[in-house]
Design a protein around this ligand. Structure first.
Ligand code: SAH
Length: 266
């Protein structure tokens, strides 16, 4: 049966925005628990100090304009805002944005939260962010390569992009899906789909194609028993990537600073 017109236009919109509404729905329903450090999002709370330090150690953050894509309830946004960044956070789950706004108000933090996607933001002409972060989100979108291209559009030339996600191999399947979701119950069942997990080589290739060069890749080691998390050299399960936008703005032909122009005939 032909889908109703409404369904079809919804699907078109969904793909143009690179958003999976089922995924968004799942996050949206859990949004009110976002700030519960012992709740469904406890692993994000564990991860947060480590990834914030990873960003702060690799990019100049004082007064930096930062965009956090898939910001959830604002965990990383708040930490970066406290460190002196001017932060814009975007997420497609209305509940998450609502929770993020309320929490920032309670904390007296000035953060610009928007219910939108990275693609829509880029299409509206926003960009030139010094730092773009995208944590634990890229494994939930229909076309992650396109997300990489969008992040590249949103960051300024030579700006930094930070991504955290989960590798795809037998070990990550056993630890991040079977272990974390089914055995230990650390995160809700069905959070991660194996096929959507991303190998570092894929992330690096998509980045390269979009003008983002991989600078550094580090593993993140969780210890559920001690409730701690630290950087490691082993990216086989959770990992963090630092990329930089390689291209400069195209030089104008008449730009006197250009050094590659042919010498004028004498
Ligand atoms: N980045 C946050 C939250 C991770 S949970 C953190 O690490 O603390 C993943 C978030 O990504 C959810 O809030 C979900 O709503 C959001 N998300 C998933 N797909 C998205 C998309 N295409 N555009 C914007 N947000 C998205």
């Amino acid at each position: 049966m032909e889908p109703a017109y409404g369904d079809r236009s919804f699907a078109v919109m969904e793909s143009a925005m690179n958003v999976d509404q089922q995924e968004i729905g799942r996050f949206d329903r859990l949004a009110s628990h976002f700030w519960d450090a012992r709740g469904e999002f406890r692993t994000l709370h564990l991860l947060n100090p480590v990834r914030a330090a990873f960003v702060a150690d690799r990019a100049s953050i004082a007064n930096a304009r930062v965009l956090d894509v898939g910001c959830g309830g604002g965990l990383l946004c708040e930490t970066l805002a406290r460190m002196g960044c001017h932060v814009v956070g975007v997420d497609m789950a209305p509940g998450m944005i609502e929770v993020a706004r309320l929490h920032a108000t309670e904390q007296r933090l000035d953060i610009d939260y928007r219910l939108t996607s990275a693609e829509e933001l880029a299409a509206s002409g926003e960009g030139d962010f010094d730092i773009v972060t995208c944590m634990e989100m890229i494994e939930h979108v229909p076309e992650p390569a396109r997300t990489m291209a969008t992040l590249a559009r949103l960051v300024r030339p030579r700006g930094a992009v930070f991504i955290s996600t989960i590798n795809r191999n037998l070990k990550s399947f056993l630890l991040a899906i079977v272990g974390a979701e089914y055995v230990l119950g650390l995160i809700p069942r069905g959070t991660h789909e194996y096929e959507r997990l991303i190998r570092p080589s894929e992330l690096a290739r998509w980045g390269r194609g979009a003008g983002l060069a991989l600078q550094e890749l580090r593993g993140l080691r969780f210890n559920p028993l001690t409730s701690s998390c630290e950087l490691s050299r082993d990216p086989s399960v959770n990992y963090l990537a630092h990329l930089t936008r390689t291209d400069e703005r195209p030089a104008r032909i008449d730009d006197p600073a250009r050094t590659d122009s042919p010498a004028a005939p004498s």
